[in-house]
Design a protein around this ligand. Structure first.
Ligand SMILES: [Mn+2]
Length: 327
């Protein structure tokens, strides 16, 4: 990580920090952190995104941490000469719109799907993008403020599911670093109202529908709901003692939207969903968390018993991957 090289590249340019579409807490914390970091080093920037901020926790972050994040619709004057730094995402990914500005830098913690040449690239597999951003402050001895530290800690906690998912030594080191600056009351404020009524309805529908085969749990949410909520329900199903791999999908007008979770090293969620949805849709992601989609015309081809076909495909893919674990 060469933080001074990043500053050199961006200096004198109009700079945008772009999150993936439908930003989540880690993306928002990372964007805020990078903006504050750059400002300390004389680079002003604007945080932007496409899509919607759907998740309650992300919406509340804007108020609690005073984040100035702008929808692309409100940035009519971006030009080809402007510089973009993507955080928590990479150019060409399906979850990020290619804006007119030039993507010169990328800071992310996801595996690269389609490689892209940047002037500056910092892609490392850690628990949260917030960890990488916090490390910029630490290494460069840039002053850390309470608000930024608390937001970064929140992003780190959410992406690692409270330090239980994808945690690396660097995440722990950054936890210790941020700990001294964090406003505990602000953090618990974020913890104490995390659910809206429609969230509860999605949980309710998934609980009604849950189907379990050995250590695999399946549930359909029979109505449209945001990606982030499907992911939360998938985490929730994984909490069941007998479930070690969860597959939750929401039925949308344009198709089925999936969120998959795995707590077994032998069952790589990203690989399994890619294989299970092969020919009928798309899927991919991390070993412990992944997503996917089957477009509606393919769902129709699966017939009214599409649930059985989905189960069959995931069971087959899990058997194939996790030969030793899965009976
Ligand atoms: Mn992230």
């Amino acid at each position: 990580m060469e933080w001074n090289k990043l500053i050199e590249i961006l200096k004198g340019h109009t700079v945008y920090i772009q999150t993936h579409n439908f930003p989540d807490p880690d993306a928002m914390a990372s964007a805020l952190g990078l903006q504050v970091f750059l400002r300390h080093h004389g680079v002003e920037s604007t945080i932007c995104y496409d899509g919607k901020i759907e998740k309650l926790s992300a919406k509340r972050m804007i108020e609690v941490f005073n984040i100035d994040i702008r929808n692309i619709a409100d940035i009519p004057n971006m030009t080809q000469k402007d510089y973009i730094v993507t955080v928590d995402s990479q150019k060409y990914n399906a979850n990020i719109t290619d804006f007119i500005g030039e993507e010169v830098a990328c800071i992310d913690h996801h595996p690269t799907i389609i490689p892209c040449e940047y002037l500056y690239k910092d892609i490392r597999m850690v628990g949260a993008c917030a960890t990488l951003i916090a490390q910029y402050f630490k290494e460069s001895q840039t002053p850390m403020d309470v608000n930024t530290a608390t937001a970064l800690m929140y992003g780190l906690r959410i992406d690692t599911n409270s330090f239980s998912r994808g945690v690396t030594k660097l995440d722990i080191e950054i936890f210790e670093y941020l700990y001294d600056f964090v406003d505990a009351e602000k953090l618990s404020k974020m913890d104490n109202s995390t659910m809206e009524l429609k969230d509860l309805q999605a949980y309710g529908a998934a609980i009604e529908d849950i189907r379990i085969f050995d250590n695999l749990g399946f549930a359909e949410i029979p109505f449209d709901c945001p990606d982030a909520l499907i992911a939360m329900v998938s985490d929730f199903i994984l909490n069941l003692d007998v479930v070690e791999f969860s597959v939750v999908y929401a039925n949308r007008e344009d198709g089925l939207k999936f969120s998959v979770r795995s707590e077994l090293n032998t069952l790589d969620a990203g690989q399994i969903i890619a294989e299970a949805l092969q020919d009928i849709g798309t899927g991919g992601g991390h070993p412990s968390m992944a997503g996917g989609f089957i477009p509606v015309d393919h769902v129709e081809k699966l017939g009214y018993l599409y649930n059985h076909e989905i189960e069959r495909r995931f069971v087959a893919a899990c058997r194939e991957k996790g030969k030793s674990e899965f009976k």
